[in-house]
Design a binder for this molecule. Structure first.
Ligand code: NAP
Length: 314
């Protein structure tokens, strides 16, 4: 007996788009399963799998779906995708670039302000009544006119950099390669960029190549007045070095949306007033959620109709 399912859906795209998908195709919805693997046997003829940057792509899923031709992912990162296995199985993969750049860039700036101008701390201070009972509030750090270093001047990095103009900031960046099209100075050395910068924002991909590139040397170079912001991936930063640099005062502060072992966060960070934390939600606005779902749908519809993905990874 052949299975009726054309699509296996591991991630919801929101109710309206889930319904649109189910009207057009035979879909096996598995986003409520904690482990979808045992259920994949129900869809041996499925040709398309919908996943997300959070869920990743496992070799075992590809092996369980022998008819698979394409994977459409919700989100940009694919450091937890087994791209080697996708290649071996001849499976094309798409993500959803561009549509989240502005919201992720906004969050990087929100975290930068939260640490520099202590907005999260101020909120806690007022709500807890300390304004009346304690009085004085610690001084912050000026943002306008300062030096902004960006690690990973790609789509999101560029959106972060552009915002610097509105705050009269001098912007430089570090990539593996210089971008001739970018109007910002290139630093070939990450440590040199950190030494130059007042604020260092990470916007590069995760994965083995960038693992712990922000280490104790880079944090020391950023310095006691410097602020690190990470909206990239937790793996980019050596957590132990970060905690130590913050504890010793070698680093001024940190704003973090991403962590090595989400949703777990190093306990030492929870009590630090010079640290602002967010639960990996940089792209989470109503508008961008919708746009991300639409972009997944565009890829799905295109592949089902023409065999081609709109935003393929390879
Ligand atoms: P992108 O356009 O591909 O840009 C990535 C940039 O990183 C490129 O400029 C690249 O330049 C640079 N890069 C790659 N490897 C590097 C390395 N080893 N050292 C230094 N720079 C390196 O990607 P994007 O769309 O801007 O997204 C960037 C990342 O943001 C994603 O991969 C994801 O991890 C993260 N993200 C986070 C959230 C969130 O919710 N917090 C949301 C979306 C995305 P070269 O190739 O020249 O090195």
């Amino acid at each position: 007996m052949t299975s009726p399912y054309q699509i296996v859906q591991l991630a919801s795209l929101g109710q309206a788009m889930d319904e649109e998908l189910a009207r057009n195709y035979s879909v096996l919805p598995l986003w409520l399963e904690s482990d979808p693997l045992p259920r994949l046997a129900e869809a041996p003829d499925a040709i398309l799998l919908i996943t997300s940057a959070r869920l990743g792509l496992m070799r075992s899923w590809l092996e369980a779906l022998p008819g698979l031709k394409a994977v459409c992912s919700w989100g940009v990162g694919y450091d937890n995708f087994d791209m080697q296995a996708a290649g071996e199985h001849g499976v094309a993969v798409s993500n959803t670039p561009d549509v989240l750049d502005n919201c992720v860039a906004d969050m990087a700036w929100a975290l930068m302000f939260s640490v520099a101008r202590r907005t999260s701390l101020g909120d806690r201070y007022v709500k807890s009544g300390q304004w009346k009972s304690v009085g004085g509030f610690p001084l912050g750090t000026r943002v306008s006119g300062k030096r902004l270093g960006i690690v990973g001047l790609g789509r999101i990095g560029l959106a972060i950099a552009k915002r610097g103009a509105g705050f009269d900031m001098d912007v430089r960046y570090h990539n593996r390669r210089e971008r001739p099209d970018a109007p910002y100075a290139y630093e070939a050395s990450l440590t040199d960029l950190a030494r130059w910068a007042d604020f260092l924002i990470l916007a590069c991909p995760g994965g083995p190549e960038t693992r712990h590139i922000v280490n104790s040397e880079v944090l020391r170079a950023l310095g006691p007045q410097g602020i690190l912001v990470n909206i990239a991936r937790g793996s980019v930063v050596d957590d132990a070095a970060l905690v130590e640099a913050l504890r010793s005062g070698e680093l001024g502060g940190a704003g973090l949306d991403v962590f090595t072992d989400e949703p777990r966060v190093p306990a030492a960070l929870l009590d630090m007033d010079n640290v602002s934390l967010m639960p990996h939600v940089s792209s989470n606005t109503r508008e961008t959620r919708h746009d991300l779902g639409r972009r997944v749908m565009d890829n799905v519809l295109s592949f089902m109709e023409t065999g081609r993905l709109v935003t393929p990874l390879r």
